[in-house]
Design a protein around this ligand. Structure first.
Ligand SMILES: Cc1cc2nc3c(=O)[nH]c(=O)nc-3n(C[C@H](O)[C@H](O)[C@H](O)COP(=O)(O)OP(=O)(O)OC[C@H]3O[C@@H](n4cnc5c(N)ncnc54)[C@H](O)[C@@H]3O)c2cc1C
Length: 311
């Protein structure tokens, strides 16, 4: 660090941020990570991850701890706290942590991820990651021939239901409106599938379980208030994601949903500020794609620092 100016600050400590840190620290850039409220990111709240190359099955928190230790081993510095504001209008860039601490950096990687929208009903927190999840691609294979519920009516819910058909014919979709909002073709595929039961105008109002795993839900009809108990081995909540871009969205270009716009892989519209992972990627939303974006962002930051004679 020269005159208290960091070469690279990485905001966020999920797969994207930690992978960026591993690459940057091995390149001798001495990166600093700001952890955020959820050190380790979304995978800290799930159980088994079975799509991380080289690990047939690993607990999410264990995987994230391994990544953190890896980054630490090569010299990454971690700062606890949440970035609450930034100033990208002049260089070096400034960031504010917890509304008070000011840090400066020549380059920044934003890897603040996204927060899946929740229903905020009883039992959801208890069974989050214990059968209640947001990722069919990640967890669908855990439910061969099991009863699964998809909550939602947009493209993601349709995709999830279609994906789950690879494993089970016992699929129920619960949607709060009287019609799906997904594209016509995707809707038709689901509506015409005799193995998929659909409840419209309904939502999940409680999750039930045996303490270790979800076992079912209470569904409430939005118009009549009538309730019904449904058994479920897995519940996939597909009602959207909020990108964690609030502190940045008035300083860099974001799309309508708040996801950070990038060009040329990881570059934002501010030279020297890069983005990686779920905070810009609303399409793939996987640990491995986030990690790979983190790698690219670190390489791009390194090139930027070198081209500007900072390293
Ligand atoms: C229940 C569940 C199960 C999943 N299972 C799998 C799976 O099996 N396999 C798979 O590939 N993917 C899975 N996913 C998806 C995967 O977790 C995400 O795609 C991945 O974690 C995204 O990584 P990321 O680094 O972009 O962001 P995140 O993991 O979301 O991490 C974001 C980081 O940014 C920090 N942060 C946020 N705001 C700020 C701020 N203002 N200041 C500082 N830091 C901040 C947070 O504290 C956090 O450390 C799952 C997701 C969920 C919710």
């Amino acid at each position: 660090m020269e005159n208290n100016i960091h070469k690279l600050i990485i905001i966020g400590s999920g797969p994207a941020g930690l992978t960026a840190a591993i690459y940057a620290s091995r390149a001798n850039i001495k990166p600093v990570i700001i952890d955020g409220n959820e050190p380790g990111g979304q995978l800290m709240f799930t159980s088994y991850v079975e799509n991380w190359p080289g690990e047939k099955s690993i607990l999410g928190p264990q995987l994230m701890n391994n990544m953190r230790e890896h980054a630490k081993h090569f010299g990454t510095e971690f700062i606890a706290g949440v970035v609450t504001d930034v100033d990208f209008s002049q260089k070096p860039f400034s960031i504010t942590v917890n509304d008070k601490k000011q840090l400066q950096a020549h380059s920044i990687i934003i890897a603040t991820g996204a927060t899946p929208k929740r229903l905020n009903v009883p039992g959801e927190d208890t069974y989050w990651g214990k059968g209640v999840t947001t990722c069919a691609v990640c967890d669908g294979a855990f439910y061969p021939d099991k009863k699964v519920i998809v909550v939602g009516g947009g493209d993601t819910a349709m995709e999830d239901a279609s994906f789950l058909k690879k494993f089970t014919n016992k699929i129920t979709i619960i949607h709060i409106l009287d019609a799906f909002t997904a594209s016509h073709a995707m809707q038709q595929r689901v509506i015409n599938d005799p193995d998929i039961t659909i409840y419209y105008n309904s939502t999940v109002t409680e999750f039930h379980g045996d303490k270790n795993h979800v076992t079912g839900v209470t569904m409430t009809h939005q118009k009549t208030g009538e309730t019904m108990q449904l058994d479920a081995d897995g519940v996939f909540i597909a009602i959207g994601l909020n990108p964690n871009s609030d502190p940045f969205k008035h300083h860099i270009n974001c799309n309508k949903g708040g996801f950070i716009d990038i060009t040329n892989q990881t570059r934002t519209n501010i030279e020297g500020v890069f983005a990686a992972g779920d905070v810009h990627d609303y399409r793939y939303r996987q640990a491995v794609t986030s990690a790979s974006a983190g790698c690219m962002a670190a390489l791009d930051a390194e090139r930027y620092l070198s081209e500007n004679n900072i390293i």
